[in-house]
Write a protein that binds this ligand. Structure first.
Ligand SMILES: [Zn+2]
Ligand SMILES: [Zn+2]
Length: 227
């Protein structure tokens, strides 16, 4: 697969079928400034940058990296992208320490037979819900713990559509990650209530109707027995 536009100004630029089988999906928003949502596992940084270039953008405008949670398949290239372009790293405060400490277990780096260097975080989300104003566009980051304590989901309303970036909504729910099933139930309920049109997911790609999004989230709630 090649990088492509999902809706106007929103693109997929990385993921298991695009850049590296180990990567979580990498999304790009062009809202006057360029914003990445997650960064893949770390091996494909040049490919991701190339994909951003192919779409006609200049990576020096990559101002922000929003990380949905602290796992290596999502954060791996963040230090290098920050180093090259000065992008600021955003993550929820509860998932920040694994990045700051380069924790091999909590970043799941060990799982991927790699390491993650201790990396300073620029902005820590602290509230249930925080809205970033980027140009005229509001981008809302909601705390959705479950898979990890500091998982966030990101949504925006654009051209009549509500678009949600919900990485690793499929879990897994594992004690070693600090996962919490009750939190997972509450968080996925919150996301269902958002009634989104498009889900940009972390590993399985993009769900493009309200029904597909609901069915996707409900199938995992059922699987984990939180219905
Ligand atoms: Zn994860
Ligand atoms: Zn993942």
């Amino acid at each position: 697969m090649r990088p492509s536009e999902i809706v106007k100004d929103i693109f997929i630029v990385g993921g298991p079928d695009i850049t590296d089988g180990r990567d979580g999906c990498v999304y790009l928003m062009s809202l006057g400034e360029l914003i990445l949502i997650d960064t893949g596992a770390g091996w494909s940084v040049d490919k991701i940058i190339n994909d951003v270039n192919i779409l006609g953008f200049d990576c020096k405008n990559l101002s922000k990296i929003l990380l949905t949670h602290c796992h290596i398949d999502h954060i791996g290239s963040a230090p290098e992208i920050k180093r090259r372009f000065g992008s600021k790293i955003y993550i929820h405060k509860l998932d920040a320490p694994p990045l700051e400490n380069g924790d091999p277990i909590l970043t799941a780096a060990t799982w991927y037979q790699t390491t993650f260097p201790p990396t300073p975080v620029d902005v820590k989300f602290n509230l249930q819900e925080e809205t970033l104003n980027i140009g005229d566009q509001k981008v809302t980051c909601i705390h959705t713990p479950g898979h990890t304590p500091g998982s966030i989901s990101i949504y925006l309303d654009k051209d009549g559509k509500r678009i949600l970036f919900g990485q690793d909504l499929h879990g897994p729910i594992l004690k070693e990650f600090g996962s919490n099933l009750e939190d997972y139930g509450r968080s996925t309920k919150k996301l269902l209530d958002l009634d989104v049109d498009i889900l940009c997911e972390g590993h399985f790609g993009i769900y493009k109707t309200k029904k597909e999004v609901k069915d996707y989230i409900l199938s995992y709630r059922r699987q984990y027995g939180v219905e």
